[in-house]
Ligand binder design. Sequence first.
Ligand code: SF4
Length: 239
Amino acid sequence: MIAGDRCTRACGFCAVATAKPLPLEADEPARVAEATRRMRLRHVVITAVARDDLADGGADHFRRTIEAVRVANPGIVIEVLTPDFLDRDEAIEMVLTAEPEIFNHNLETVRRLTPSVRSRATYDRSLSVLGKVKARKGDAIHTKSGLMLGLGETEAELFTAMEDLRRVGCNILTLGQYLQPTLKHLPVVEFVPPVRFAEYKLVAERLGFLHVASGPMVRSSYHADELPLNLQHPGNKLQ
Ligand code: SF4
C-alpha cells in the first residue's frame, strides 16, 4: 500500500486510519521497486489510500511506482487496486500510461448500501472508472472489481451489481465475506454459507466474467496471480 497509511475517507468497513495524510515520499516508488525485486515477485498488487487532498488523487505516485516496479522486475504482472480518483479522466489516464496489466477498483457493495458503507464514493462513479479504463485500453488490460457480502444486500441486488459490472466490461470479480474489523465498524448482517458463494461464482461466470474468485475468505488480492493463461496481458513478458 503506497501513499501513506492515513486515508482522507472513512469507509464503515475499513480499518485504515482516517486522518490528515502526510506528504508523499518521493523515494517510495524506488523503495517499493526494491522490495518487490528482493522478494522476486511475479505478481504484485499495488494499492493506496484515497488521497483526496492531492490534486491528482495520488495518480502520478501510482504511475511512478508502477514504472519503477516494472524496471526492477522484468516480466512482473502489475495489478493496481485504486481509489476512484473522483472519476477524473486525467488521473485515470495517468495511471494507465504506466500500463498495469490489471486495473482493480472495488465496487465494495450493492447500490442501495453504498452510501452507508462507503465514504465519499458513489456506485455510479466506481462503475464509470472501470468503464473508462476498459474503453481506453480494451483487451490490453483486465479490469477487476470486488464486492463484500454479508452487509445486508439481497441476492437480486447482488446480481444487479454483477450485471452492472459486466455492462462496463469488467473482466474479473472477487466476492468475499465482510468481517467487522472492530466494534466501531459496520456489523455483519449475515454470514453467507460457502455453498452460496459457489452458486454466485456460477452466476458470475454465466454473466461473462472471465475469472471469478468467490468464497468466505476471498479478498481483492486473493490468489491474484492465479489467472488462467489466456487472461494474461497480450504484451506482457510473463515467463
Ligand atoms: S477509501 Fe479505501 S482506504 Fe480509505 S477508508 Fe475507504 S476503503 Fe479504507
